[in-house]
Design a protein around this ligand. Structure first.
Ligand SMILES: *Cc1c(COP(=O)(O)O)cnc(C)c1O
Length: 450
């Protein structure tokens, strides 16, 4: 598959080159030249495969000839070695053999190693990038500034991936205790992922990464590469779980329309869903939940798009005032507002509404949702009130509540047990280098460790 820049279709690249470059040379976002479409007969067969094997089939059309079918199968099996359950609030798991009568699911995308849906994208990207390095004999250095979550997902995704070194810069004292422990205990002996605690703020970390990329000498010496959320290697795999899970639901609820609700920030997750729908996934509509940072929901309601500075909220991974995948969503729909609003419906919610809803769901059902998932659940409820027909509801669960234990425990007034991967990280000894926010220090450190 070739990709083109959304702002200039004449700028073209193979998948691997689009992945390594992140942005097109004109600053545009890479778009696939053509989205494959599968017939209902073919999709039914793909739904009978395991999630990993179905992903490998989908990936075929999006990558280039440097990947064989066998490569893709092993990349996906290795990346997706954790469950992708759809549960009900009462805890039953959707099982094709014993179809549920319930039509109300949480798609729990948080059973990967860092307990958030970003694992799906990051682990695919890590393995495809490493495959390109091992076949060309090249190496790359990834620099990532993190205020918590992204660094963990990227670090895990590239752990032990050949040809790639990763340096994660986080603000000293500026991430939660659990996040710091996660960041500083990755890997055992063979360290290709290192955490650097910057004596400064998150902005200092971001500035340092920007300065390093702006420094031609450093970019060349270390073959610097970014792994940010707009990378095609991260966007494409987010279509895989929509495609596969919608087929599981269709098998259990034949003939009933399926609607997904996605708690959204940068709209990468939604972009994945829209691509899956274009590929033939039986999804009727997407509901978008925003917190108070709601330029996309405003756009859906009014047709006017006005990005704005972000404001802090409870669902902080969605505190985005200028969603960077918005141009992709427009592009997928021929820049036509009517076409976008036909498939997307949105609503936004305050922290107060989110807290009340999280507490109510917990009190009524015992199910604990992270703040982001709660926003998605609220949006689905609002949508259901707006339409008076039968459909299967799937709320996308984006993170494990234990990742946001501070706020969740305060809201539900109950402890949230740490899942196994976090418990393991809590027991390990931290390894971290402390550094002044200074480009020369970073350069020296990279010189020794990359
Ligand atoms: C990143 C993130 C989101 C937002 O996803 P986008 O693809 O940026 O819209 C929602 N919830 C959680 C937990 C996240 O980490």
């Amino acid at each position: 598959m070739n990709y083109h820049s959304h702002s200039d279709p004449k700028i073209s690249a193979r998948f691997g080159d689009a992945l390594l470059a992140s942005l097109a040379p004109d600053g545009g976002l890479w778009m696939p030249d053509k989205i494959p479409h599968f017939s209902p007969e073919t999709t039914a067969k793909m739904g009978a495969l395991s999630f990993a094997d179905c992903s490998a089939v989908l990936a075929r059309d999006f990558v280039d000839d440097r990947f064989s079918n066998a490569d893709l199968k092993s990349i996906c099996r290795d990346a997706y070695d954790f469950p992708v359950p759809m549960t009900t609030l009462s805890g039953t798991i959707l099982d094709a053999a014993t179809p549920e009568i319930a039509r109300d699911y949480i798609l729990e995308l948080f059973h990967g190693p860092t307990l958030a849906f970003k694992d799906f994208a990051a682990r695919f990207m890590g393995r495809t990038a490493s495959h390109l390095m091992t076949s060309s004999g090249d190496t790359r250095t990834i620099l990532v500034a993190t205020s918590g979550d992204t660094g963990g997902a990227i670090g895990d995704a590239f752990l032990d991936q050949e040809g790639i070194n990763v340096f994660i810069l986080f603000p000293k004292g500026g991430v939660s205790k659990i996040q710091e422990q996660q960041l500083c205990t990755m890997g055992d002996q063979n360290l290709n992922v290192r955490a650097i605690s910057i004596d400064g703020t998150f902005d200092d970390c971001q500035q340092l990464v920007k300065d390093a990329f702006a420094d031609k000498e450093m970019t060349k010496t270390y073959s610097l590469m970014s792994a940010n959320s707009i990378n095609v290697g991260r966007v494409i795999p987010q279509s895989f779980y929509y495609f596969w899970t919608s087929l599981q639901i269709k098998a259990a609820h034949p003939g009933v329309p399926i609607v997904y609700s996605i708690p959204s920030g940068n709209l990468g997750n939604l972009t994945g869903g829209l691509i899956a729908k274009k590929m033939g996934a039986p999804i009727e509509r997407f509901v978008i939940g925003n917190n108070n940072n709601d330029p996309f929901v405003d756009y859906l309601k009014t047709g006017e798009y006005s990005p704005r500075p972000s404001v802090p909220t409870l669902s902080n991974a969605m505190d985005i005032g200028r969603p960077n995948n918005f141009p992709r969503i427009l592009d997928l729909h021929g820049n036509d507002y009517e076409a976008v609003s036909e498939v997307c419906w949105g609503a936004s919610f305050s922290d107060e509404e989110t807290e009340r809803h999280m507490r109510r769901i917990f009190t009524e059902t015992g199910y604990v949702m992270c703040p982001h998932t709660t926003v998605g659940h609220l949006a689905m409820e609002a949508f259901a009130k707006d339409v008076d027909r039968d459909f299967v509801k799937v709320v996308v669960g984006t993170a494990h509540p234990a990742k946001f234990a501070d706020s969740v425990e305060r809201i539900i007034r109950e402890d949230v047990p740490l899942p196994a991967p976090l418990q393991k990280a809590m027991r390990k000894t931290k390894r971290v280098h402390v550094m002044e926010p200074n480009l020369k220090s970073l350069d020296n450190y990279l010189a020794i460790h990359s």
